[in-house]
Design a protein around this ligand. Structure first.
Ligand code: GLA
Length: 388
């Protein structure tokens, strides 16, 4: 057993005694490109990263759900019969929200197979950094319950369950990208998501062969999508779509921009322009990757950042500095990643330059008197899986 799994198993024993029935894990994600496009029915191109949440779980003979997390003190317990989305709060809302979302959709023999479960969570996905630590929890727990309760749900259904937990229980009106990345990731591949048809395609990144890699620059500034900024961007997009007479902004193309400019107020127009151009950039990035390799995608990442900074207005001074500094230090491309308002940026760098870029960004943050960033490489990894 590797060290992470051993820790997960030992943590389970320390909380609940004895050994778990199994261990499951799910990764966080970094979005390469395609931001705020998911809830607009658009395209996104995330990877699952090599940082994971592990859940050790054991079925119980009664109806009790008990959850423990090595990041927080105490065990939270609730009966399967008393799961109430409005009463779930704090860190336990993520795992218990998933149980609620699964239980609500189950009937007949599936419902009869649901028993109580003890769940113990350990994780090395940084929280609050925009790397979807919450989706990692949701997807690991969803997979564990799917197996223990023998529900036979497929990964797309599990992604929707994670999203429902996040939307209804945690109160963040997020899209389907994070859970899809965590469940569908593949080593050395990006996942092209079409959030309208929900079709997905894995695309080889070829980073190692090209001698390039990704650096995450966690600015260690907070972000929460249950706060107002994310929801207000979502409302602007829905408003723009309604005023332009389409079901979602996905229906629009760059040549619809003049009409949008004529019909919308300035702010809504800029929000809409971000989504329309970002969808196109996702497609352009994937096409460039396929025809010319990873060395060709940098300019799309750079443009994406400008669009988020100036049109969607979800960047922060720290994220802008991380991106500008990475670009000046020779990154092939850089952008903030995730929902914005804090969190992390990513930079595509030549492996030979990675140390220099990381050191330079740290120096620039110190000069600006910002909190020292946490900078680390990530690689595209396998999605959620049963470990033992
Ligand atoms: C958060 C949400 C996702 C997506 C991104 C922005 O990560 O959870 O659904 O909207 O922001 O692309």
């Amino acid at each position: 057993m590797n060290k992470v799994l051993q820790l997960g198993s030992e943590y389970f024993s320390s909380q609940f005694g004895g050994a778990p029935d199994g261990l499951w894990s799910a990764p966080g994600r970094v979005n390469l490109i395609g931001e705020h496009t998911d809830y607009n029915g658009g395209f996104a191109f995330p990877i699952a990263i090599d940082k994971r949440t592990t859940v050790a779980a054991r079925a119980r003979a009664d109806r009790l759900l008990r959850v423990a997390s090595s990041s927080f003190p105490g065990v939270v317990e609730v009966s399967l019969d008393d799961l109430d989305p409005d009463a779930l709060a704090g860190w336990a809302a993520y795992p218990l929200g998933v149980a609620w979302a699964i239980a609500g959709g189950a009937s007949g023999s599936a419902a009869s197979r649901m028993s109580g479960v003890d769940l113990a969570l350990t994780s090395d996905v940084p929280a609050g950094a925009g790397l979807s630590s919450s989706a990692a929890v949701e997807c690991a727990v969803a997979l564990a319950l799917n197996d223990l309760w023998e529900l036979g749900l497929d990964r797309q259904e599990l992604a929707r369950i994670g999203q429902l937990a996040e939307n209804r229980v945690v109160g963040a009106p997020t899209g389907i990208m994070d859970q899809s990345a965590s469940l569908l990731g593949e080593t050395d591949h990006g996942i092209l998501l079409d959030c309208q048809s929900l079709l997905t395609e894995t695309v080889a990144l070829g980073f190692a062969g090209a001698g390039v890699g990704l650096l995450v620059i966690d600015t260690r500034t907070s972000h929460s999508h249950a706060d107002g900024g994310y929801a207000s961007r979502r409302r602007s997009c829905e408003d723009g779509a309604r005023r332009l007479g389409v079901g979602s902004l996905r229906a629009l193309r760059p040549d619809d921009l003049p009409r949008a400019a004529a019909q919308l107020d300035g702010q809504t127009y800029r929000r809409v322009r971000h989504i329309i151009t970002e969808n196109q950039r996702v497609l352009d990035t994937v096409a460039a990757l396929r025809t010319s390799g990873p060395g060709a995608i940098g300019p799309f990442l750079d443009e994406s950042h400008l669009s988020m900074r100036d049109d969607f207005e979800i960047s922060t001074p720290e994220l802008d500095l991380a991106v500008a500094s990475a670009q000046e230090l020779g990154a092939l491309g850089a952008r903030m990643t995730g929902g914005g308002f804090g969190g992390a940026a990513l930079a595509l760098v030549r492996n030979d330059d990675a140390r220099k870029v990381a050191a330079g960004i740290t120096r620039d943050f110190a000069r600006a008197r910002y909190t020292a960033p946490h900078i680390f490489p990530v690689t595209a990894s396998e999605g959620a899986r049963r470990e033992l």
